[in-house]
Design a protein around this ligand. Structure first.
Ligand code: C2O
Ligand code: CU
Length: 479
């Protein structure tokens, strides 16, 4: 039976019911379809030790922590509007939680220890259940001691599919990660050391894609790929250049954006950020093209090569539309929005002299002795339950004017919302992109705008996980 026929039949049935009941309104066709799709997808994730071929399929296995013992954990896929029910079992020797990064979940499902839930104790379970309101590329990871738990491999992709996806030959997810391995091939135990905390975080020495090291990715001439990039590294920022290919950015942090070429031909992705690309295989048969990460000038390296067989799939890539349908996000009224200034200070080479920790003024030396190096509006966070830095009124528009008064980059992440990035250093951004994590360069001023439409206490923190641990975190309350 064709779909049109099927829905006509259903409509006829519904009409029959209405006639029988006398006065019922007839549901519009959209509602009928919505009803038919309101499904719940169930999954189980077990946080547990395991091992992974980080050094390549033939290399020695490296002990990791992973969901279901693997890194990355399973790729969870749901249709937009479907419910997800995930039971998480903790088989680690310490407490954990799961945070659904970028998904606009109800506060109680946000996975922040002590703030939104009691952490899951070893041997215990917790069931998360929520609807996936926005299509796009998301990911999940613990929020408990994340600078160690995420680093050891606890993360996975969460893909929310559009009701009518754009047409591509392959839909590919690459979760990028950066590991600090010892010479013996084990994860270095130098978690949260002060050097990493006060500089650019835990930069590693081994890059994996989907938990393995690979140096070739086969493309078929003329094919079109939707490449979903997720940066799961604690600290490394990627700046990818795709040789003679011209990828087009179609979504950032899950949210569709006007399709555009990456500025200066480089896709920049801070920790926790995502980017969906349309990658057309325009290379020549039998050739190889080196993809490079050029972000840190002194640490550029070859990520992998695209290789082409001698047999193309077709003469040239298709020309079908690549613009994604927008998600239903509330448009902030920027002209009438209230503005709050947020000042980030600290780290090495900065001029922070002191800040308040647990209500006590400390100088920089005392801060460092407590393992802290960063302050947000003069306050150093310790734990996940500081007094909220801001209390916002539900359904009102706000602008956050972020000032990075440090010598370092910071990917700043707000839970429970997406915001529009509206200005950088006073200049309007060309695409007013929706993001949940915005990368600030040293000394940069960035303004973001959003409607505070999700009630609860939400973390606002740097996603360089060593910076977060070092105090670069706070809470924004929406009531
Ligand atoms: Cu991806 Cu607060 O986290
Ligand atoms: Cu930071």
């Amino acid at each position: 039976m064709t779909e049109a026929h099927c829905s006509r039949t259903r409509r006829r049935l519904l009409l029959g019911g209405a006639v029988a009941a006398g006065a019922w309104a007839i549901a519009p066709r959209g509602a009928l379809i919505g009803l038919a799709r309101a499904q719940t997808r169930e999954h189980r994730l077990i946080a547990q030790p395991g091992e992974a071929p980080l050094l390549g399929p033939s290399g020695p296995k490296v002990p990791i922590w992973g969901y279901n013992g693997r890194v990355p954990g399973p790729e969870l896929r749901v249709r937009q509007g479907e419910r997800l029910r995930v039971t998480v079992e903790n088989r680690l020797n310490e407490e954990t939680t799961v945070h659904w990064h970028g998904v606009r979940v109800p506060n109680a499902m946000d996975g922040v220890p002590h703030l939104t839930q009691k952490p899951i104790a070893p041997g215990e379970r917790f069931t998360y259940e929520f609807e996936a309101p926005d299509a796009g590329t998301y990911w999940y990871h613990p929020h408990q001691r994340s600078y160690e738990q995420v680093d050891r491999g606890l993360y996975g992709a969460l893909i929310v599919e559009e009701p009518a996806p754009i047409r591509v030959d392959r839909d590919v997810t690459w979760i990028l990660d950066d590991w600090r391995l010892t010479r013996e091939g084990r994860v270095s135990e130098t978690f949260g050391n002060m050097r990493d905390v006060a500089h650019n975080g835990r930069i590693g020495n081994t890059i994996t894609i989907n938990g393995v090291f690979f140096d070739e990715f086969a493309l078929h001439g003329g094919e079109r790929i939707r490449l979903r990039l997720i940066n799961a590294a604690n600290a490394r920022i990627f700046g990818l250049e795709f040789a003679d290919h011209q990828p087009i950015i179609i979504a950032l942090d899950g949210q569709p954006v006007t399709p555009h070429a990456p500025p200066n031909g480089r896709v920049v992705l801070g920790p926790a950020m995502r980017c969906d690309l349309i990658l057309d295989a325009v290379g020549r048969p039998g050739h190889r093209y080196v993809v490079r990460d050029m972000f840190y000038k002194t640490m550029a390296y070859e990520l992998l090569s695209f290789t082409y067989s001698n047999k193309p799939l077709r003469a040239k890539p298709p020309e079908s539309p690549i613009e994604l349908p927008r998600n239903r996000l509330r448009e902030p009224d920027v002209a009438r929005a209230q503005t709050h200034r947020i000042h980030f200070q600290g780290g090495m080479i900065g001029d922070l002299t002191g800040a308040t920790l647990n209500g006590r003024p400390l100088d920089m030396r005392q801060m460092m002795q407590s393992g802290k190096a960063w302050a947000v509006n003069g306050v150093v966070a310790s734990g996940h339950t500081p007094e909220p830095m801001l209390t916002l009124t539900r359904d009102r528009s706000y602008v956050l004017a972020l000032h990075n008064d440090t010598a370092w980059h910071h990917p700043m992440h707000l839970h429970g919302h997406s915001f529009r990035v509206i200005r950088r250093n006073g200049r309007p951004t060309p695409y007013r992109e929706w993001q949940d994590t915005v990368l600030l360069s040293p000394d940069e001023n960035v303004e973001v705008a959003f409607v505070a439409d999700n009630p609860g206490d939400w973390m606002f923190h740097c996603h360089i996980l060593e910076h977060q641990e070092g105090g670069m975190m706070n809470v924004i309350r929406v009531t």
